[in-house]
Design a protein around this ligand. Structure first.
Ligand SMILES: Nc1ncnc2c1ncn2[C@@H]1O[C@H](COP(=O)(O)OP(=O)(O)O)[C@@H](O)[C@H]1O
Ligand SMILES: [Mg+2]
Ligand SMILES: [Zn+2]
Length: 505
């Protein structure tokens, strides 16, 4: 038979769509036509597939070859169609049977020598395949770990195209040793490494309890980066659902390591301040790739030296901060990725970096100092719940033998406080304090009476914006949960106001 059909999928965002790869070989001038909106990587499949077949000792048809990827309207990108195309060609030539079950999904890129190579997006593709009724999948060996994370699919993995062909001919699977990744990769960082910084540590803890966005300000070399990098070590472990979502996003981006598959550790993503808006929120001309905001989903997005970011980059954070997702529109279609993260910004206090509130070593004018932080645009700064000043540790602190609390210790308190909040919110649509809707804050989630009076006075005297009012109240709930208060006290509210304003600013 000169016609065959192999099943695969194309991803739009994290959602897979069934794609049938049909191969027709007919008499006529030798040629190769690929139909169905392929991108550049996919169009180049012809050269890869031909070399891979020839170098595996398999036949390449010197005839008129037409390959159609349907549905035609769906944009298709990437190299994972190499394997289904090669199998379709072999079936159409009668090398293997052309009876491919529709419940079998195949994906993989081909090397010129006939090796089967790692591809992106296997996890979300196979999750979608499962929903379409797939029961088994063939993937490259390097994708085995990731593919195995999908429950209910029989996964076969191969290193060479020739092995796949042999499997179709004989049903035999080569012996393979799959290295099992460590169940729970452990953190290498710990809060004990950080000397002093009592106020900043407290800010980190409250931020972790309620998911409140954080700004760390201080001179260079005082431990801002150290502190930020250690936030994932005090955040609660990801839920199974979050873990699957995070792995799927990283799979599409190509940043998923086999150790990272279904990890319970919240991601920590730190784009450099020279990063572009596209790298931050995602994009690209054909395949729309997730950006830093999505890679940080369910974890921490850390932007060091934030005032140095190019115009527009920080502003692009506003949509995901507001909605917890990003929607990117391109000619190929509109794609939405999850992007719900804890934002942590770090900044020097002034252009020279040495300003410490007393201004001894700093050479900047007061105007320069004021303008520096203004680079963090007002609307973005307004979304920051906690500002912490990070001062250089004193000699006494550096010399002190007693280490600071360990991450394990702090995390236990964070978990306890989160459990209190979870119990309070058990019938609500949200789980943590930063997610309490404003209307509910005014109706059912008020502070104690004198705490509310304090807040209203701040509002009256215009020391607090309406958004600030709600943000302070949310932080006050986290402070109350940490202290075991059933409702924020006046003192909890006072602390939240100080945290929002930053003692230094
Ligand atoms: N509080 C601190 N405790 C221990 N080491 C510190 C502290 N602050 C700074 N350091 C040391 O200085 C280095 C630079 O710290 P870093 O976090 O990069 O500072 P920043 O981000 O504020 O410029 C760290 O790798 C660490 O060795
Ligand atoms: Mg730093
Ligand atoms: Zn300065």
């Amino acid at each position: 038979m000169a016609l065959s059909k192999v099943r695969s999928l194309a991803l739009l965002g994290l959602v897979g769509h069934i794609v049938d790869v049909e191969v027709d070989i007919s008499d006529g001038l030798p040629g190769y036509t690929l139909l169905g909106l392929p991108d550049a990587a996919l169009s180049e499949s012809r050269e890869r597939v031909r070399s891979a077949l020839v170098n595996s000792g398999l036949p390449w048809p010197n005839k008129k070859v037409t390959i159609s990827l349907s549905p035609a309207w769906l944009p298709k990108s990437g190299s994972h169609f190499d394997l289904p195309i090669a199998l379709g060609l072999l079936a159409a030539q009668g090398v293997i049977s052309s009876e491919f079950p529709e419940s079998l999904i195949t994906m993989g890129e081909l090397g010129l020598d006939g090796t089967l190579r790692f591809v992106r997006g296997v996890l979300p593709t196979l999750i979608s395949a499962l929903n379409f009724g797939a029961t088994s999948a063939i993937v490259p060996t390097e994708n085995f770990q990731e593919a195995s994370a999908v429950p209910g699919l029989q996964i076969r993995s191969f290193t060479y195209l020739s092995e796949v062909v042999h499997f179709f001919q004989s049903g035999e699977v080569p012996m393979q040793e799959h290295v099992q990744p460590a169940d729970s990769p452990t953190h290498t960082l710990d809060l004990t490494d950080v000397v002093g910084q009592i106020a900043a540590r407290r800010a980190l803890e409250i931020s972790a309890i309620g998911g409140h966005h954080l700004l760390l300000i201080g001179p260079p070399g005082t431990g801002k980066t150290m502190l930020a990098e250690r936030i994932p070590t005090i955040l609660p472990a990801l839920t199974a659902q979050e873990s699957l979502e995070v792995s799927a996003i990283h799979s599409v981006a190509g940043t998923l390591t086999s150790r990272g598959v279904l990890t319970r550790i919240p991601p920590f993503v730190a784009p450099h301040h020279t990063t572009t808006t596209t790298a931050m929120v995602g994009g690209g001309s054909h395949a729309v790739k997730p950006g830093a905001v999505s890679l940080a989903h369910a974890g921490v997005l850390f932007i060091d030296e934030a005032p140095e970011c190019a115009n527009g980059v920080l502003d692009s954070l506003r949509q995901p901060l507001e909605s917890g997702s990003v929607t990117i529109s391109r000619a190929v279609g509109t794609v939405t990725y999850p992007a719900s993260f804890l934002l942590v910004l770090a900044a020097n206090p002034c252009p020279c970096g040495k300003f410490n509130g007393r201004g001894r070593a700093c050479t900047c004018s007061s105007l320069q100092i004021r303008n520096y932080l203004k680079k963090l645009s007002g609307p973005l700064l307004d979304r920051i719940d906690i500002r912490a000043f990070v001062e250089a540790p004193t000699r006494v602190e550096m010399a002190a033998a007693a280490a600071g609390e360990s991450s394990e210790f702090v995390k236990r308190r964070v978990n306890d406080a989160r459990e209190i909040a979870a119990a309070r919110f058990k019938d609500e649509r949200w789980r943590i304090n930063s997610q309490i809707p404003s209307s509910e804050l005014r109706a059912r989630y008020k502070a104690e009476r004198d705490g509310m009076t304090l807040l209203h006075n701040e509002l009256d005297s215009e020391r607090l914006s309406a958004r600030g009012f709600h943000k302070v109240l949310r932080v006050a709930w986290s402070i109350a949960d940490a202290a075991g208060h059933s409702r924020p006290t006046k003192n909890d509210v006072e602390q939240a106001i100080v945290m929002r304003e930053g003692t230094f600013l």
